[in-house]
Design a protein around this ligand. Sequence first.
Ligand SMILES: Nc1ncnc2c1ncn2[C@@H]1O[C@H](COP(=O)(O)OP(=O)(O)OP(=O)(O)O)[C@@H](O)[C@H]1O
Length: 533
Amino acid sequence: MRAISLVNQAAACEVSHQEEADLLLAMTGIGKSFPGVRALDGVDLVVEPGEVHCLLGQNGAGKSTLIKVLAGAHQPDEGEIRWQGEPVRLSSPVAALRLGVATMYQELDLVPGVSVAENIFLGHEPARFGFARKAAARTATAALMRRLGHPEIHPDREVGTLSAAGQQLVSMARALAHDARLIVMDEPTAALASDEVDNLFRIVAELTADGVAIVYISHRLEEIRRIGSRVTVIKDGRTVATGLPADTPTAELVDLMSGRKVETVFPHRDETTVDPTTEVLRVEGLSRRGEFADVGFTVHAGEIVGIAGLVGAGRSEILETIAGARRPDKGTVTVDGKRLRPGSVGAAVRAGVGLAPEERKSQALLLDLPLAHNVTLASLPAYSTAGYLDRAREHRDAKATLERLELRPADPRRLVGTFSGGNQQKAVVARWLVHGCRVLLLDEPTRGVDVGARAELYRLIRELAASGVAVVLVSSEVPEVLGLADRVLVLREGHVVADRPADDLTEAAVLDCVMEGHVMTGSAHALDPEEAI
Ligand SMILES: Nc1ncnc2c1ncn2[C@@H]1O[C@H](COP(=O)(O)OP(=O)(O)OP(=O)(O)O)[C@@H](O)[C@H]1O
């Protein structure tokens, strides 16, 4: 393994010709600008065969832009790319794929409306694999799905009907079908349940054993520790450290990414913030056929209730029903003693219910509008006097919250669609932090958010609760639920199978309960806050 080199970009690139030939990929001094933004400002990345090379960086650091250059989707303004020692130009995604670089994007780039097999072989010549006909592509697809541990995914199935995990497998099958030597994975586990993550990591281990290299982007450090070989840290479009071991302490990584220290990840749970005499939200007997049944719980002022469970267990559907976006078959939602009209978003909003949804692009953000409008969208009446919007105040309030969340650049006039994925997520959450809700429903609020900003987001959520708001948090990350919530509900196949104080649960107990329905408690959850990001 190459010696660790920190910061010294020039030195990092001084590799001898022999070493260069051993490398799979060497990107040197890559620069890329968009109107008004220098997204990459001299990035270096060196990848060896058979390694899992992790890319770390704050939201907006340039990771996605870099991999789009590598995937042939963006042309760099400057810099050099060498593949097995030879200079190459990745002029298009097809050119990159032909060379052996396959990319699995955050927002998967499959073609909806066509079959799994067509997506895998679309636009590429099946004859390359010795198959001339569709039937052969189907047979090859079935074999790939068996190799990926999912023989039930039929080659003829319309790709849009698959779950996020299923679509990701198709994307992976496409990489394998083209004999990729390097597979780029951009936050591949963001939409996966824990058993699906295990399957992904099994496949990664098999691929790397065959000499395939993986460039892996994730904000979940525990994953990087589990499968990573080396780490490159990018900050403001530059490589600040490369060749770090995957077990580099969290504090050191956060320091490199953000230039500041993060002492504790989760704010201390101060029990005095929960007011047991003030019940804000009461959910009783809430049911929707095929989604969830007889769900009941209460949330007091100042309390954070976490909901854990597998993807598909009905968590998001429950939040949407509380927010009036879905009509329950049975059951009631009561806020501050007033029963809400079922299936009415207006009634829920008037009662002070805010929902920060999971799907930021389709459900939450207006991508063609400026950031400030998106952030203050739910609070427009508060910024209007006699029909006029007080833009100065709107900008000021939006900017203050965005700066706390380290949303970059914190320019309220920029269109939301031009921000990085993690920064868009922060904008969704910022909207509800600015709004001033009575009940805040957060669905996967930290998906794609970088480690440093997560700690700040947790503090903001805790502060909000301390001001008397009732918070419900849905998260696939059990450490997050245990670290932030006061009480935890575990949902399994649409039923609440446990409702316990977070301090009584361990991560293993929650996972066991999620998978098997067994309720186990532990004396105190023995989470190492260092690892629990
Ligand atoms: N098409 C575009 N037009 C304008 N600006 C862009 C475009 N794509 C990216 N940017 C900007 O380039 C910078 C780098 O963004 P990028 O998406 O590469 O960040 P990232 O490190 O992948 O972040 P995240 O962790 O949030 O996914 C950001 O400031 C972003 O707003």
